[in-house]
Ligand binder design. Structure first.
Ligand code: AZC
Length: 834
C-alpha cells in the first residue's frame, strides 16, 4: 500500500544517503553500532579484524539499500538483464573498491581516524576471494564493475568455492602451495539466501512416457541430487545508485534423501553421497587450462549452470512473464566453454519442464546465448569424454545428440557430400575415444561468438572455428578485452589519479578516452616532473614491500622491469630469464658496460601439476640468488620473484612498473589484460605482436612501444617447415653461454640435473620458439636500456602510454557487448530523498 511504500522508499534512501558530506557523524555512529551489534565488541577491546568487519558492514548497508532499489526497478520495468556465466570471478579485495565507488573513502578515513583506527591498515587485512585462476576470472570481475558503473542491469553467476586459488609460498626457490583461507574469518560481503535454492540432478537414467494429453515426454530419473544455495555479493557501480549482484552457488546435500527412490543402497552410502554433494563447490581447479577427465569439474560446471538457468526461469515467473519471452528478458554470456553445457540445459528445462517444442526452445536458446572464446591453444580446448558425460548427465547427452543431428543435417544441406566438414564440425569427436567438443556446442548454440582481441578473433576464424565462420560469418565478432580504471588506476594508484585530475579535470574518471588530452602535455616539463614524482613514490612503496617480503634491497632508482602473470611456457618467463643471464654475463665481463641499472621482477602461480612451470620459478629464484649477492653487479642488476601474485598484490605492482613484459609467442596469448593495467599506469611495453599488444601498440604509436619477435604468421610458417632450435643456438654465442651456465648448475647450487628437463625441452623441441626469438628480444632490450638513459624521452613515452590507454577500459568493452551482442540498455536508479 501507498503509506508503506513511501516509508520503505524513505528508509532505503536514508540508509543509502546517510553518507552525505554532512553525515560523517552518522557514518562513525554506524561503525560503532556495527561493532557492537555485529561483532559484540566495545571499541576498547575490538581487534583490527572487528574494526574491519564493522566498517565493511557499514559500507555494505549503504550498498544493500541501493541494491534493493535496483532490483525493484528492474522488476518494475521488465528490463533485459545481462547474465554473465563464468566458472571464475576473481573479484579482489572488496572494501577499498566499494568505498571508492560509493565515494565514501574520505569520510571513512576520517571516521576511522576519530575512532583511532587507520583505514589503510584495515584495508590491508582483507583476504581476497581468489575465485579464479588468472585473466579469465579477473576479466569477469572487471566486466561486473563496468556493468554496474554503466547502470546496465546484470547478474554474474558462478560458484562459491570454499577454497579458491591456492596461496603461493616460495621455499628454497620452489613454489609451495598452501590452501587459501579466504573464509576463515568470515566474509562481510555475501548475503546468504537460503530461500533461493535449486535442485540439480546427476546420474541415473531416462525413460519415456505419455502424459495425460498424450504427449511423449522424457523423464530423467537421477541417481542423486544436489542442492544449490544462492550466496550473493553486491556489485556497486561507480558513483551511481546501481548495485547489481554476483550470485554464487554453494552446493549442499538435499535435506531428505529417499534411499529407495534413489537406489542409494544403504545408509553409509547415503551419507557418502551427502559428503560428495558438499564437495561440489569445495575447491577451484587451479589450472588455467582444463585438466581432462576430471569428473568433479564437469559436475561443478553443470551444477552452477543449472542453478543459474533455473534462477532465470524463476525470475521470469515472479515477474509474470511468459517463458516464450525468455530471450527478450535475458542475454546470457558464456565465459569460455566452462558454462557451455548451459546450451543443452536450457533446452532440457524448456522442453522437459516447460513443455515447449524443440523448435521454439532452440530459437530461445540461440537468441539467449553468446560465447566468448579465450584460447586457441589446442590442449586448452575443452572436451569431455562421452561415456563420462553419459553416466553423469544422461538426459543432456540425449539433447546434445539431437542438437548435433539437426546441426549436421544443416551442414550436409549446405555442403552436400562434404563428409570431411561434417566430421570436423560435429559436436562429437569420433576419433578414438568419443568426446564432446564443448566449443562446438557453445558455437552452435549461440547467436554470437567473439574472441578477446582483434588478432585473436581473426585467428579464431582461421583456425579452430574456421568451418563455423565460413558457414555463419555474421555470427563472429571481436570484442577486445578491457580492465576497470576504478580498481586499476583510482584505487591502486591514487597519486596518478590526483595528478590526472589536476591536469585534465575529473571527466576521465567516467570516460577514460578523455585521457587522450594528456598527450598534448607529454613534453611539458612541469607535468613530467610531477609524473616522475608519482612514479618514484609508487616504486619506493613496492621496493619497501619487496624488502619486507623477500629481504632483497632494491633501489627505486633502477628501472623496474616486471612480468607478472600465470607461469606458462607460452608466456615465456624463461625467455626473460635467459636474457637476464646473458645480461649478467656481459656485466661481469665488462664492469664498465653502459646499461641501465635494472630490477627484474617476476610474479605468478604455476598450476600445481605443471612441472615445467614450477621449474621456471625455480630457475628465476636461482638466478636471483646468484645475481643479488654478486658484488660485481650489485648496484646494476637485481632479480626478484614476488611470491603469491594475486589481485591485491597487483595493486602495488602495476603502478610501480617502468617496463611491462608481454613476450608470449605470437598467436598464443588470446589478449592479455595485465598489459592494459601496466599501460594505464604509465609503463612502457616490451612485447610481441600477440593478443591485445597489437592494439596497445597501435594506440601508443610504434615509437612508444618496444616491439620484437616473430609474427603469428611467421611462427606458424616456421613450425610448419620444421623448426630446429639447434639452428638458433649455433648462431648465438650469448644464448649458448646462458644455457650452458644453467647446465653447469650455476643457478642450482651446483646441481647439474635440476634444470635438465627445461634445457632438454628448449634444445630438442622448444614448442614456443624461445630460442628463435631470443636474439631479437635481447636486441630490443638493448634499445630499452638506451631509451631509459634519456629521462625526458622516457617520461614522454610513459605519459603517452597512459594517454592512449582509454580504449582499454572495460567500459568500452562492455558497451560493445551491450550494443553488438546483448541488446541491453542502461536503467537509471533514483533514490528518493528522505
Ligand atoms: C585468458 C587468456 O589466456 C588471456 O590471454 C586473456 O586475456 C584472458 O583469458 C581474458 O580474456 N585465459 C584464461 O585465463 N583461461 C583460464 C581458463 O584461466
Amino acid at each position: 500500500d501507498m503509506i508503506n511504500d513511501t516509508s520503505v522508499a524513505q528508509a532505503s534512501a536514508s540508509i543509502a544517503l546517510a553518507s552525505d558530506a554532512a553525515s560523517e557523524a552518522v557514518f562513525e555512529h554506524d561503525v560503532v553500532r556495527n561493532l557492537i551489534c555485529r561483532q559484540a565488541r566495545y571499541p576498547d577491546i575490538a581487534t583490527p579484524q572487528d574494526w574491519y568487519m564493522a566498517l565493511a558492514y557499514t559500507v555494505r548497508d549503504r550498498m544493500l539499500a541501493r541494491w534493493a532499489e535496483s532490483v525493484k526497478n528492474y522488476a518494475l520495468h521488465h528490463v533485459k538483464v545481462a547474465c554473465y556465466l563464468s566458472a571464475e570471478f576473481l573479484i579482489g579485495p572488496q572494501l577499498g573498491c566499494n568505498l571508492l565507488n560509493l565515494g565514501l573513502e574520505e569520510e571513512a578515513r576520517e571516521a576511522m581516524d576519530s575512532l583511532g583506527q587507520d583505514l589503510d591498515a584495515l584495508l590491508a587485512i582483507e583476504e581476497e576471494p581468489g575465485l579464479g585462476n588468472g585473466g579469465l576470472g579477473r576479466l569477469a570481475a572487471c566486466y561486473l564493475d563496468s556493468l554496474a558503473s554503466l547502470e546496465i542491469p546484470a547478474i554474474g553467476y558462478g560458484i562459491r568455492y570454499e577454497f579458491g586459488i591456492f596461496d603461493q609460498d616460495i621455499v628454497d626457490g620452489w613454489q609451495v602451495e598452501r590452501t587459501d583461507k579466504w573464509l576463515k574469518m568470515g566474509t562481510p560481503w555475501e548475503i546468504i539466501r537460503p530461500d533461493i535454492h535449486y535442485y540439480v540432478s546427476f546420474g541415473g537414467y531416462t525413460r519415456m512416457w505419455n502424459d495425460e494429453q498424450g504427449r511423449l515426454r522424457v523423464e530423467w530419473v537421477p541417481g542423486r541430487q544436489v542442492k544449490g544455495v544462492a550466496y550473493d555479493v553486491p556489485v556497486q557501480g561507480y558513483r551511481v545508485n546501481t548495485c547489481n549482484v554476483l550470485r554464487l552457488w554453494k552446493s549442499e546435500a538435499v535435506e531428505s534423501f529417499d534411499f529407495d527412490d534413489f537406489n542409494a543402497g544403504d545408509y553409509y552410502e547415503a551419507v557418502e553421497e551427502k559428503v560428495v554433494s558438499e564437495t561440489l563447490s569445495k575447491v577451484l581447479y587451479p589450472n588455467d587450462e582444463p585438466e581432462s577427465g576430471k569428473r568433479l569439474r564437469l559436475a561443478q560446471q553443470y551444477f552452477f549452470v543449472s542453478c543459474a538457468l533455473q534462477d532465470m526461469l524463476r525470475l521470469m515467473e515472479v515477474s509474470h512473464t511468459p517463458v516464450e519471452r525468455f530471450a527478450d528478458r535475458f542475454a546470457a554470456q558464456l565465459n569460455d566453454t566452462h558454462p557451455s553445457i548451459a546450451v543443452a540445459e536450457l533446452m532440457r528445462l524448456l522442453i522437459d519442464e516447460r513443455l515447449l517444442s524443440w523448435e521454439d526452445a532452440w530459437s530461445i536458446t540461440q537468441r539467449t546465448f553468446a560465447y566468448t572464446n579465450h584460447t586457441l591453444l589446442p590442449e586448452a580446448l575443452e572436451t569431455w569424454s562421452l561415456p563420462l558425460m553419459q553416466s553423469m548427465l544422461p538426459r543432456l547427452v540425449e539433447i546434445i545428440f539431437e542438437i548435433n543431428q539437426r546441426f549436421l543435417d544443416e551442414v550436409r544441406r549446405a555442403l552436400p557430400g562434404d563428409e570431411g566438414s561434417v566430421a570436423r564440425m560435429s559436436l562429437i569427436d569420433e576419433q578414438g575415444d568419443k568426446k564432446v567438443r564443448m566449443a562446438h556446442l557453445a558455437t552452435v548454440g549461440s547467436h554470437k561468438v567473439n574472441g578477446v582481441a582483434a588478432l585473436h578473433s581473426d585467428l579464431l576464424k582461421q583456425t579452430i572455428l574456421r568451418d563455423f565462420a565460413a558457414m555463419f560469418p555474421s555470427r563472429f565478432l571481436n570484442v577486445t578485452n578491457g580492465v576497470t580504471p576504478r580498481r586499476f588506476i583510482m584505487q591502486s594508484n591514487p597519486g596518478l589519479a590526483r595528478l590526472l585530475d589536476d591536469t585534465l579535470g575529473e571527466k576521465w574518471r567516467t570516460d577514460l578516452t578523455r585521457l587522450d588530452a594528456l598527450a598534448d602535455h607529454a613534453d611539458d616539463a612541469t607535468l613530467q616532473e610531477a609524473w616522475r614524482a608519482v612514479r618514484r613514490e609508487n616504486k619506493a612503496k613496492l621496493a619497501a614491500r619487496i624488502g619486507n617480503i623477500t629481504g632483497i634491497a632494491v633501489p627505486p632508482e633502477m628501472m623496474f622491469d616486471i612480468q607478472v602473470k600465470r607461469i606458462h611456457e607460452y608466456k615465456r618467463q624463461h625467455l626473460n630469464a635467459l636474457h637476464i643471464i646473458s645480461l649478467y654475463q656481459r656485466l661481469r665481463r665488462d664492469p664498465t658496460l653502459d646499461v641501465a641499472p635494472r630490477c627484474f621482477i617476476f610474479g605468478g602461480k604455476a598450476a600445481p601439476g605443471y612441472d615445467m612451470a614450477k621449474l621456471m620459478i625455480r630457475l628465476i629464484s636461482g638466478i636471483a640468488e646468484v645475481v643479488n649477492q654478486d658484488p660485481a653487479t650489485r648496484d646494476r642488476l637485481k632479480v626478484v620473484f614476488y611470491p603469491d601474485f594475486n589481485v591485491k598484490n597487483g595493486h602495488i605492482i602495476y603502478p610501480a612498473a617502468d617496463l611491462s613484459e608481454q613476450i608470449s609467442t605470437a598467436g598464443k596469448e588470446a589478449s592479455g589484460t595485465g598489459n592494459m593495467k601496466f599501460m594505464m599506469n604509465g609503463a612502457l611495453t616490451i612485447g610481441t605482436l600477440d593478443g591485445a599488444n597489437v592494439e596497445i601498440r597501435e594506440q601508443a604509436g610504434a615509437d612508444n612501444f618496444f616491439l620484437f619477435g616473430m609474427t603469428a604468421q611467421q611462427v606458424a610458417a616456421l613450425q610448419q617447415s620444421g623448426y630446429r632450435p639447434g639452428h638458433y643456438l649455433e648462431a648465438n654465442e650469448a644464448l649458448r653461454e646462458a644455457l650452458d651456465e644453467i647446465a653447469q648448475g650455476r643457478f642450482s647450487r651446483g646441481d647439474k640435473a635440476m634444470f635438465r628437463p627445461l634445457l632438454d625441452n628448449l634444445l630438442n623441441a622448444d614448442p614456443f620458439l624461445v630460442l628463435a626469438d631470443f636474439a631479437d628480444y635481447a636486441a630490443c632490450q638493448q634499445r630499452v636500456s638506451e631509451a631509459w638513459r634519456d629521462e625526458k624521452r622516457w617520461a614522454r613515452m610513459s605519459i603517452i602510454n597512459t594517454a592512449r590507454s582509454g580504449a582499454f577500459s572495460s567500459d568500452r568493452a562492455i558497451k560493445e557487448y551491450c550494443e553488438n551482442i546483448w541488446q541491453t540498455r542502461a536503467v537509471k536508479i533514483d533514490l528518493a530523498a528522505p
